[in-house]
Design a binder for this molecule. Sequence first.
Ligand SMILES: [Zn+2]
Length: 293
Amino acid sequence: MEDNKFSGVNSITFHQRFKTEEDCLEYLSLMKWEKGFTCKKCKNTTCCSGKKSFNKRCTKCGYDESPTAGTMFDKVKFSILIAFHIVFKIATKKKGMSSLELSNEFELRQKTCWEFKWKLQQAMASSLSYPINETVHVDEFWIGESEKSKPGRSPGKKKQVAIILEIVDGGVGRAYADVIENASAKELGRVLKKHVSKETKIITDKWRGYTPLKKHFKNLEQVQSNDGKNFKDIHIHIMNIKGWLRGIHHHCSKERLQGYLDEYHYRYNRRGHMEVIFNLLLKRMVDNEPKRL
Ligand SMILES: [Zn+2]
């Protein structure tokens, strides 16, 4: 697999590489059984070819497994070739593609695209394997209409999001955003514990929700926001998320909003690794089963 991995963002190269259903099934099969075969039913590790090409059949119990079984490509309502092309577009286009755009480009029902995108967004959620260690800025913002009708941090119809931005030498590193119930210490603490390690230097504004978190995060420092001037990078980041969401997102559930935030940050956090972004996303789709809505 190592030598055959697809890399890059060039769509002509991609079209040449994945021309048929077989090209994609072969690729999935190599990726799925990269580390060898283990039968899903009886854990036996020897196999022979199955009924269809690229299937594997357990030599002990006879279970015949397709490359898509137990992956996010299982029971997809269109061809694997189209699915590959959608994954490529979503991974490599700077702003991704909305379900409406996908529906037009691939001549599929919008609902079908929406369902497949929901799986993709699940695959794009942070693995939580690499918490940020150095320095972060943290803030919250609202998503939804009439931003000015509810001042401050009081709950309303809109949804609130906590945002963590890694600050590195000469700029910004990774970022994560999570939907929160409210801006309480409990909720902000939950999100911080998810994405940053205990020793991280955390800089927030003076909001009281952050103060109790100093017990857990010894390097949490609260500074005057100075009308946002001290948190310039995070405010630019928030504006960019809002601008992107405005184009595609209308009154979606809390879960769906989290999906969009995950999608945005999957691409954002790999902006310096575009050559491997398609393959990484495909791998996540092969290694994980979709959750139901
Ligand atoms: Zn078996």
